[in-house]
Design a binder for this molecule. Sequence first.
Ligand SMILES: [Zn+2]
Length: 185
Amino acid sequence: MQEFIQAAQSMLIFANHFNSNVFHLICLMEKDRVFLCRALEIAVQGVNEGGGPFGALIAKDGRIIAESWNNVVLSADPTAHAEINAIRKACEILGTHDLADCILYSSCEPCPMCLGAVYWAGIKKVVYAFDRKEAEKAGFSDKFIYDEIMLEPSSRHVRFLHIPGCCNGPDPFRKWNENENKIPY
Ligand SMILES: [Zn+2]
């Protein structure tokens, strides 16, 4: 009888643990869905305001830190993608260049520029709704840029001219390494 009770208690503990893990996972997924829906709403709002059809937000510890839509044309800034805008805002609000504890929610898969910004910001998780193929169908193809990245600089469509040690000018890397007050990033 004692063995039966112990076995039953073990099963109960296992069941509770399993359920709590599943429940936790479902909650996380639901939160992802809620924030992603918000990114989509921002994208639509952006279109209504004359921006591009992209929205993004940065979340930390389950709350929204910053959100933005694409305003490339309105601000005459080709780098004003929703993700870049949101990252800049979040960094300003949090007072740091390091968003390692943050999640980026984007209405669409980030383009190569925004992907680079994600890595530079140290963001560990990106959640998006539409992918690059769907963006291409809407007239926003970044395949060309992805393809260019794979090429040697001299083979790219943009002319890259490498002049090593040009004019015996100053060496910013040496200056950086000699700077004892530098903040590595
Ligand atoms: Zn982008």
